[in-house]
Design a protein around this ligand. Structure first.
Ligand code: SAH
Length: 341
């Protein structure tokens, strides 16, 4: 079956020709799919009925269903649970900022990276999402709220570089000027650090932001938190990140989830300072979101602020991730878990 939501304009042009229609029909179709974001061919009013019928037959349009939405009364954050065509569940989150609306998308159903603090990986990986399924999260949320999504972060369930081809295709579709037309600079991809994919991503000619889930200042501590650290050492990861910066000019972000008594000590702060000093990098501190099955504890606000100060003494730029929608979730991935059977 032709995967209509993952098709770029070139592929739609080919499909349209194969179904015996003129080229401009492909442009119209692309607009219906990615600007109006309709969910049935019958809604595509200016397309000939016969063309719509053939499309429905050759390339069924199956968007995910919105299963539930939770909205925070504190800050308007909205958590969406989607049911995919095969009855898998994925989560996406809309966050409101002064600079616009940001959507956090999932890249896989589950995850096989096994990070110890993370809820999304508890049941392993079910399958990759298609480019269209990643894009659909943004489009449905935009359609649901009637607002333009200005920023996208690939920080939901899944490891984007474990689903590389769909990720890149998704970014090209999302930034297509005839579609959602997002700026590449407003997209951030977060990875646990799959080194060959970082180098490959640097060569795509995409100026998107890259965030590395660092979480520890040395390999020994990192291995305790992230199994992927057994595969790639910081000696390999950091040069890859620098190569990404050299190729794109985009400032690098290092995410550091603070787990009390594990990676939040004075020595860790010192070592992290030494590790990243001199890089034009941003450290994003995330007090760990406690997951029942995991047993990690988050440091207090003042402990987090103290850790931040120590990094700043080493000349690092540091932000503390503002917690959004505190009243609606457990940790990331937990809404989905509650719906899994
Ligand atoms: N696979 C990608 C995206 C994961 S989610 C990656 O590893 O980067 C985005 C960020 O949230 C990652 O930095 C991840 O390590 C972090 N994270 C996951 N679970 C968390 C939790 N319970 N508390 C705090 N941060 C968490």
């Amino acid at each position: 079956m032709f995967d209509i939501l993952s098709a770029d304009r070139e592929a739609l042009t080919a499909l349209t020709a194969a179904l015996g229609e003129k080229k401009f029909r492909a442009e119209q179709l692309f607009r219906w799919l990615h600007v109006q974001c309709v969910s049935a061919y019958d809604e595509m009013g200016n397309l000939p009925q016969e063309f719509r019928r053939k499309l429905a037959e050759e390339a069924p349009l199956r968007r995910a269903a919105i299963e539930t939405v939770q909205e925070s009364r504190l800050d308007g954050t909205r958590k969406y649970l989607f049911r995919l065509a095969d009855d898998s569940f994925i989560e996406s989150v809309l966050m409101r900022y002064e600079y616009g609306i940001s959507v956090c998308v999932s890249s896989q159903v589950g995850c096989r990276m096994g990070c110890r603090f993370c809820a999304s990986t508890l049941d392993g990986l079910s399958r990759n999402l298609t480019a269209g399924e990643i894009l659909d999260q943004v489009e449905q949320i935009s359609r649901d709220t009637g607002e333009r999504v200005s920023h996208v972060v690939v920080m939901g369930t899944g490891e984007p570089f474990d689903n590389y081809d769909s990720l890149v295709r998704f970014i090209r579709l999302l930034t297509d000027e005839k579609g959602q037309n997002l700026s590449q600079r407003n997209i951030t991809v977060s990875t646990c650090g799959i080194v060959p994919r970082i180098y490959q991503f640097a060569k795509e000619g995409l100026a998107v932001n890259l965030a590395l889930s660092l979480h520890a200042p040395n390999d020994a501590m990192r291995r305790e938190l992230m199994p992927i650290a057994n595969r790639y050492s910081l000696d390999e990861i950091l040069p890859a990140m620098k190569a990404y910066f050299a190729a794109t000019g985009r400032r690098l972000t290092y995410e550091y989830s603070l787990c009390k008594g594990v990676n939040d000590g004075d020595e860790a702060a010192e070592a992290l300072g030494r590790l990243l000093r001199g890089q034009n990098a941003l450290v994003n501190l995330i007090p760990v979101n406690p997951v029942t099955e995991r047993g990690f504890v988050d440091p207090s606000g003042s402990e987090t602020a103290l850790f931040k100060k120590k990094l700043e003494k080493n000349g690092l730029h540091v932000t503390i991730r503002r917690e959004m929608g505190r009243d609606i979730d457990g940790a990331c991935g937990q809404l989905r878990k509650r719906f899994m059977t």
